[in-house]
Ligand binder design. Structure first.
Ligand SMILES: [Zn+2]
Length: 304
């Protein structure tokens, strides 16, 4: 079972890239075969222009005022396949497919499937261009947006490290706030796409205390955090997993495949020894999620 976290920007951007490669520029069939998506007529049979990702939001652009907005939330999950459409089962919200999938007869078990990416070990991988159908289950939101509604969403969201945004707006928003930096990093209006794993790991990599108020974090440190986030999140897209440790900090297996228990410095490592200093990693709730940090490497008064 996947770890219960809202998928972070790396995963959302990866879905956008895959679904764009599979469907953009093509006529797409859209339906909600169990009555869980009633607006399919607005999109069905139209050409998908592009797939957009910003933060944790996906937008499938079917033309003016026909943008399918998807937010996976905690439970949402895509499945993709290269064979014929599988039989409808489970709490299926929506499916998209191209004609190649519709015209082929359904043969149970024949479809190659590709699902929840953090469980995906790379076996059974389907090249994006070969994906002919996508199923969506359990999203927090799956509705058709007008252009104005999509634009309002973009307006609300902070800059996204994976969309080529610079650190300026991030720095400005953080430096105005008395909230703790760890809470600010979870705020999608401050940094879009950063979630619970990246917030913990970015703070550790910067050796920055999660409790420092935004206004007290030096601008240079915030710029460094932003600069660090970009390749880290891009790597998370490509690798289909989040790895934040440097090889030299992995005590068991510094070379070769990154072991699950050595992929992160602090995330879900509470009670275990910090890879860098040996102090026990701590955990407490902040911004409604568990926060993990090393009280020695990330001292409250520390300045870089
Ligand atoms: Zn430490």
């Amino acid at each position: 079972m996947a770890v219960c976290e809202v998928p972070e920007g790396n995963e959302i951007h990866r879905w956008a890239e895959r679904h764009g490669a599979a469907f953009a520029g093509k006529v797409v069939r859209v339906d909600g075969p169990q009555g869980r998506f009633v607006d399919s007529d607005v999109l069905d049979g139209r050409k998908l222009l592009k797939v957009m990702a910003v933060g944790k939001h996906l937008g499938y652009d079917f033309g003016k005022d026909r943008i399918l907005h998807v937010h996976l939330g905690l439970q949402g999950d895509f499945k993709e396949g290269s064979g014929p459409l599988p039989a409808v089962k489970g709490a299926l919200r929506l499916r998209m497919c191209n004609d190649a999938a519709v015209k082929r007869p359904i043969v149970p078990g024949e479809s190659k499937k590709h699902s929840w990416y953090s469980d995906d070990d790379g076996t059974g991988h389907i090249a994006p261009a070969q994906v002919v159908w996508v199923e969506l289950r359990g999203p927090m939101d799956c509705t058709v947006y007008t252009q104005a509604k999509w634009d309002a969403l973009l307006e609300r969201l902070g800059p996204d490290p994976l969309n080529g945004d610079g650190p300026e707006r991030f720095v400005e928003k953080v430096r105005k706030s008395k909230k703790a930096i760890a809470a600010l990093l979870m705020d999608q209006t401050v940094a879009a796409g950063v979630g619970n794993i990246y917030r913990a790991e970015l703070l550790f990599r910067a050796r920055l205390s999660p409790f420092v108020e935004g206004k007290d974090v030096p601008e240079a440190v915030l710029k460094a955090v932003w600069k660090d986030a970009i390749p880290l999140m891009k790597a998370g897209m490509v690798d289909r997993r989040i790895v934040t440790t440097l090889p030299k900090d992995r005590p068991i297996n510094p070379k070769g495949k990154v072991l699950k228990e050595e992929a992160h410095y602090v995330y879900r490592r509470h009670g275990q020894e910090c890879f860098v200093c040996g102090t026990k990693v701590m955990k407490q709730e902040m911004a409604a999620r568990n926060l993990y940090w090393c009280p020695n490497c990330q001292k409250a008064k520390q300045r870089l």
